[in-house]
Design a protein around this ligand. Sequence first.
Ligand code: PLP
Length: 363
Amino acid sequence: MVVQSVVLKRTFELYKEEYEEAALRVLNSGWYILGREMAEFEEKFAAYMGVKHCVALNSGTDALILALRALEIQPGDEVIVPAGTYIASVIGVTENGGTPVFVDMDAYMEINVDAIEAKITEKTKAILPVHLFGQCSQMDRIKEVAKKYNLWLVEDCAQCHGSEFDGQLAGTFGDIGCFSFYPTKPLGAMGDAGAIITNDDALAGRVRLLRNYGSKIKYHNEIRGVNSRMDEIQAAMLKVGLKHIEEGIESRRRQAQMYMEGIKNPKIMIPPVHQNVYHVYHLFPILAKNREKFQEYLSQNGIVTQVHYPIPPYVADCYKDWGYAWSDFPNAQRYAKQELSLPIYAGLPDEEVKYVIDVINRY
Ligand SMILES: *Cc1c(COP(=O)(O)O)cnc(C)c1O
């Protein structure tokens, strides 16, 4: 049996007619940018999240860049980020000239909340937790620290649509929540897309200006902006996806449950999940000491897996000048060396999950 790590066509086929109808509706409308579809998606996503504003953008990376720009993060400012994350979390900081200050990971593969305070200096302006793999971070404690030091709280929600901490949705704890709708994410478009959510009128207004050349009225450019609008087609795709988001999360959670109950191999470690978190399993990470050998074994049995992420941002080539060593963040280093993501997505057949479990248990 061959098991791909993700097959987007299967997710599409779950709601094929709705997607096709929505795409044709936009094509036939003759209106492709800054139109009704985007406005409706913004309204629906804000309602789903229970917040006042959603501003639809081009990508999750842009959401992070423009969120921090709206908060006026600039050269000299420090932003606290987890050491083990996707590089886009850090790009949001560096594109504004800010300096990321890394905090190591904990046993849950989240930012180590106990280590945040020691990293705060006079230059610290914001904390940027990343709800990695679909698991919302321990937001009560992170919020407490942000409040104590009067810091902005910006959430990287690129992997955690629908995830909750203590019954509250990820993205609604901070000043601004940044989402990606990259096709593989728990809510995915059919191309690049992203958004920010916030309850702050002024912040929402600023991001709205920033995404459209800095202008509200055509040719009246109030601030220095960029072009980062969500296409009408993507907004229409996302309206279909949002309608079915719970089904997608439920199937991911069921697959994760199957892995957790089924995998019984002492060579494979499944990281713990917080009890007070509703995990949406954007990914299903496991840890294996000799990962390359294990990945090769899976591959020989037809199972395709991915690593999230083999090179943490603090040692990325593009940030070499910071001079970090791999061992500066031992947990992030360990996860980069041992993590492997098993297939998980809406539309993945149970037989394939069972096959993966079986192959792992025979390793
Ligand atoms: C996907 C992702 C992003 C970036 O989103 P894009 O839409 O691909 O630009 C940012 N942060 C994290 C944690 C992500 O997984």
